[in-house]
Ligand binder design. Structure first.
Ligand code: FE2
Ligand code: FE2
Length: 235
């Protein structure tokens, strides 16, 4: 898709009713709360990026290529991510749980993206976004709470488009690279993703187990989400 087609998508997605049935309130058993709150807090923090580096990179890309729509797409993309963060923050507030100002995984991801050009920055960002495709369905399966299920479904639907958007763009940017560099980037990304999936399991495995995963099924689900993105990045 072109940037103007993506812009039309993001604009139409913004206009859709985003209202959640907040009057249903958070309904978790004490056990579910114990198992899920730490990962909900971490994902809430991860979703809430200001996107300063990405915004700057997108503007530079627009200036260099004349593609003005791309920066507008990125602005709407960041707004969607902040909306995800807001959904989770409101849910945590309803539970009476605080939001975190910082987590070490979030610090690592921000550090990796700081000051790097557009393509590696998108690659690191996409790595974190792909994890959402395993996390939110697992949370949804782990609970009966209709409000949390709605939040998970909404975020998952948005994220599946984000994966398409980011991986298409990474593919476009990598076309400029030599074949050995493209191969190196592909392997590096697999390595980063495998490391991320391992760290997420060791940090928040309880949430995935509550959603019916063993480590084996979690690992398979993670790669099922990754491989279509990789195919787009190398197309
Ligand atoms: Fe998100
Ligand atoms: Fe996303």
């Amino acid at each position: 898709m072109t940037s103007s087609e993506w812009l039309a998508y993001f604009q139409s997605n913004v206009q859709k009713p985003q209202d959640m049935p907040w009057d249903l309130h958070a309904m978790l058993t004490p056990e579910q709360r114990k198992v899920l709150v730490p990962s909900l807090q971490a994902f809430q923090r991860g979703e809430g990026s200001e996107g300063t580096n990405l915004t700057m990179n997108a503007k530079r890309y627009g200036e260099a290529t004349g593609d003005v729509d791309y920066a507008n797409c990125i602005a709407l993309f960041i707004r969607e991510e902040q909306k995800h963060a807001a959904f989770l923050a409101l849910y945590l507030r309803d539970l009476g749980e605080p939001c975190l100002t910082s987590t070490w995984t979030d610090r690592v991801f921000r550090r990796l993206r700081k000051g790097v050009p557009l393509e590696p920055s998108l690659t690191v960002l996409l790595t974190a976004e792909i994890m959402a495709m395993t996390y939110y369905p697992a949370v949804s399966r782990a609970v009966e709470c209709p409000l949390l299920k709605r939040i998970c479904a909404r975020i998952e639907a948005d994220e599946s488009k984000h994966l398409q958007f980011q991986s298409e763009w990474i593919g476009k940017l990598r076309r400029e690279y030599s074949a050995p560099r493209r191969w190196l980037w592909k392997m590096g990304h697999r390595f980063l993703y495998a490391g991320t999936a391992t760290v997420v399991w060791f940090s928040y495995g309880a949430a995935f187990r509550a959603g019916g995963h063993s480590f084996g099924s979690y690992w398979k689900a993670c790669w099922r989400a990754f491989l279509p993105c990789e195919a787009r990045m190398t197309a």
